[in-house]
Design a binder for this molecule. Structure first.
Ligand SMILES: *Cc1c(COP(=O)(O)O)cnc(C)c1O
Length: 221
């Protein structure tokens, strides 16, 4: 995986260490996380609160950063703020306020990304482009949240080249938003197992790779 990241980065004259690899360990047991950690992986993504609660008990000695990358129901925001180092999928003002109040109670500053929905798939989570600025403005007013950037899951295409305009769009949105807010948004989380090379070429600073590291998930078999 690191070799492929380096090749994709080299194509556009980027340094491979500008790109953080987040291993998406959802559905895989704690042992798989431990193995990946031993191989040097330091960021993991999970999409279910309860699943991570049960795995983390076995991983108390593993010093990794945990990203919540799934759809987050507001009533689980307190547990998310407690269990995760970052929530990468903030997509609405109500959720941001709940996470803020939970982080504030824990006297911590919680890092977040805004998940943006590109394309017109009504069922997917993520903030619509037109809601992005007001949501970001609300988040930066909340002192116990730290807005670091944007995340997206583009529609699935068999040919990853077709995802390129979406990745480019997210980068443009990040640049525009950063100017409007007058604050740097260093993180662009985009690209998964089948399309991360294209995402890296388009400026991803983080890629979220599940299958490519851990193998196929049961639900895909
Ligand atoms: C599952 C998941 C991934 C990883 O997908 P793969 O195709 O297995 O690499 C990345 N991001 C999100 C938000 C996911 O839910």
């Amino acid at each position: 995986m690191r070799g492929r990241i380096a090749r994709a980065a080299g194509k556009v004259r980027r340094e491979p260490d500008e790109i953080t690899l987040v291993g998406v360990s959802k559905t895989f047991p704690a042992g798989a996380i431990r193995e990946a950690y031993a191989a040097g992986l330091r960021h993991f993504g999970e999409n279910r609160i309860q699943e991570w609660e049960s795995k983390r008990a076995e991983l108390a000695d593993v010093q990794a950063k945990l990203h919540f990358i799934g759809h987050l129901q507001s009533n689980k925001s307190r547990r998310a703020a407690h269990l995760f180092d970052r929530v990468d999928s903030v997509d609405r003002v109500g959720l941001a306020r709940k996470l803020h109040s939970a982080a504030s109670d824990e006297e911590k500053r919680l890092s977040v990304l805004i998940e943006v929905r590109l394309g017109d798939e009504p069922t997917k989570s993520g903030a619509h482009e037109s809601d992005l600025l007001p949501l970001a403005e609300e988040i930066i007013r909340l002192p116990c949240l730290h807005l670091l950037g944007l995340m997206t899951v583009p529609p699935y295409f068999d040919d990853p080249e077709q995802a390129r305009p979406h990745f480019r769009r997210l980068r443009e949105l990040r640049e525009g938003l950063s100017l409007k807010l007058g604050s740097p948004l260093p993180v662009l989380s985009m690209g998964m197992s089948h399309d991360f090379e294209v995402a890296v070429e388009e400026g991803a600073t983080e890629i979220r790779v599940g299958t490519g590291i851990f193998g196929r998930r049961d639900s895909q078999q």
